[in-house]
Design a protein around this ligand. Structure first.
Ligand code: C5P
Length: 251
């Protein structure tokens, strides 16, 4: 195995699976939650479900004791993002994210605001992570928006900016883990990786995938997995299959 990743020592592999609740309404989300609650570590609520179901649903699920990663990728002026982050903390989510492209001040003020509200209101502080470059972006996409440097340079620059501004980690392609670990020395810097596919599974629209075992071996702390679990006929079976492929040496 590689160097210990941020949570490797203390968190079981099962708890390191985050299921993406990419469904269109509350009923479908409840269905997945009922089936998989207790089987995985956390659930990710992104733009689709948040827009359909709203903040009240996030609060209700979080208050029921389920860990929620609120994946809304905040990117706005520092004051707006910091204020939204305070409300995310008040919803009781376990983790939320911002775009590192929002810059140092946006990230710093977000972390400060979250720390302050959690202390003042005696709340558990959510983890704050950043997206570096979306995995759907390539060199051409970056050139379109005026960024001429290679994707890898952007990923390491933004990962460093994220760490320098005291965020807890990044969302990244599993292929970028090595680069990020080289750039950011802190062992507790979390890397959360989507783009995970079981061996022999369809890739859907993900272009650069890894199996969960490969991603964990490369140093991923948390695996975000959507369709391979949510669209399986037997969701618990799909989770257990992923866990059995991971083996016991990394529990
Ligand atoms: O279904 P699948 O396993 O591809 O779902 C992956 C989830 O991770 C989706 O919710 C997707 O939006 C999200 N994600 C991603 N790549 C990123 C950031 C988030 O696939 N760079």
């Amino acid at each position: 195995m590689t160097e210990p990743a941020a949570v490797k020592q203390t968190v079981s592999v099962r708890e390191r699976i985050i299921v993406a609740l990419d469904v269109e309404n509350v009923a479908a989300a409840r269905d997945v939650l009922e089936e998989l609650r207790g089987e995985v570590g956390a659930f990710k609520i992104g733009l689709q479900l948040f827009t359909a179901a709203g903040a009240a649903f996030v609060r209700e699920v979080a208050e029921s004791g389920v860990k929620i990663f609120l994946d809304l990728k905040f990117h706005d002026i520092p004051n707006t993002v910091a204020s939204a982050a305070v409300e995310a903390a008040r919803l009781g989510v376990w983790m939320f994210n911002v775009h590192a492209l929002g810059g140092a001040e946006m990230m710093r003020r977000t972390v400060d605001a979250v720390n302050e509200v959690c202390e003042r209101e005696n709340r558990t502080r959510p983890k704050v992570i950043a997206v570096t470059v979306l995995t759907s972006s390539n060199a051409e996409t970056l050139t379109e928006v005026g960024i001429e440097s290679p994707v890898e340079n952007e990923v390491s620059r933004l990962a460093k900016l994220t760490a320098d501004n005291r965020l807890d980690g990044v969302v990244a392609s599993p292929h970028e883990i090595g680069l990020i670990r080289e750039t950011v020395a802190a062992k507790d810097f979390m890397i959360v990786t989507p783009g995970i596919r079981p061996i022999n599974a369809t890739n859907d629209d993900q272009k650069r995938v890894m199996t969960s075992a490969e991603a964990i071996a490369a140093g991923s702390d948390y695996l975000v997995i959507g369709r391979p679990i949510v669209q399986a006929k037997d969701r618990v079976g799909a989770v257990n299959e992923i866990l059995s492929n991971l083996g016991s040496d990394i529990q």
